[in-house]
Design a protein around this ligand. Structure first.
Ligand code: SAM
Length: 217
């Protein structure tokens, strides 16, 4: 697949749209302007629509998140270069690349074996190297904890306590929590060992977080 002038032009439009919706972090907008999103869509019939600000199917009943959602979650995380970040829900790998472009060290875990295998091959072909894991991320990824930041890219029924446990003091967890149709975006900051600050943002619609501390998939 090629990245043509037309694709680049469509990306500039997408950046304008995402900026217009309130995203201010220029580093995130630059990443969206750089990443060829049309490479990430499983269905070639959708390639024409890759730069619309919409979620799209990526196979296995899963989706690549809407670019605005990726930008919003990334902005909430306030990534600093070298931050150690755990992403739960690798999916297409698009969000992981945005985090890498922001200078993070990325650990990403996926529950669907086929998606894990596909994305683990695909991202290195674009020159991106997060650390890939296969399994249930609803309990985090204990062996590499603690993390500066944790991002959950699927809708959870509640905040898994294990994710808070795996944050460093001062660390941030961004997670959509709600029912199977809509979730509120939460930002949880671990201010001390047993103290958190919780902030609530807008409603979003994610595919469900499965697994032991998710919707028991
Ligand atoms: N971050 C992805 C991207 O940029 O394409 C978006 C992924 S999609 C909205 C959510 C992903 O979370 C799906 O790939 C799904 O299989 C995965 N998922 C759901 N429950 C999970 C769990 N318990 N552990 C790890 N991944 C999970």
């Amino acid at each position: 697949m090629q990245d043509t002038y037309r694709h680049k032009g469509l990306r500039r439009q997408l950046v304008k749209t995402v900026r217009g919706k309130g995203i201010k972090d220029e580093r995130i907008l630059t990443a969206i302007g750089k990443i060829p999103r049309h490479f990430f869509l499983a269905d070639s019939a959708l390639v024409e629509h890759a730069y619309e600000d919409k979620a799209f199917p990526i196979g296995e009943g899963q989706t690549i998140s809407q670019p605005y959602t990726v930008a919003f979650q990334s902005e909430m995380l306030d990534i600093k270069p070298k931050d150690k970040v755990l992403e739960i829900g690798t999916g297409s790998g698009y969000q992981a690349i945005v985090l890498l472009e922001l200078g993070a060290e990325v650990y990403t875990i996926e529950y669907q074996k086929k998606l894990y295998e596909r994305t683990k091959k695909f991202l290195p072909s674009l020159g991106y190297h997060p650390r890939f894991f296969y399994g249930d991320g609803s309990k985090g990824l204990k062996q590499f904890a603690a993390y500066d930041k944790i991002i959950v890219t699927a809708g959870a029924p509640t905040v898994p306590s294990e994710l808070i446990a795996q944050l460093k003091i001062g660390g941030i967890l961004v997670i959509p929590v709600g029912n199977s149709r809509t979730q509120k975006m939460l930002r949880i900051t671990k201010v001390a060992d047993s103290k958190i600050r919780k902030e609530e943002f807008n409603d979003f619609a994610f595919v469900p977080l499965l697994g032991e501390d998710g919707w028991k998939g």
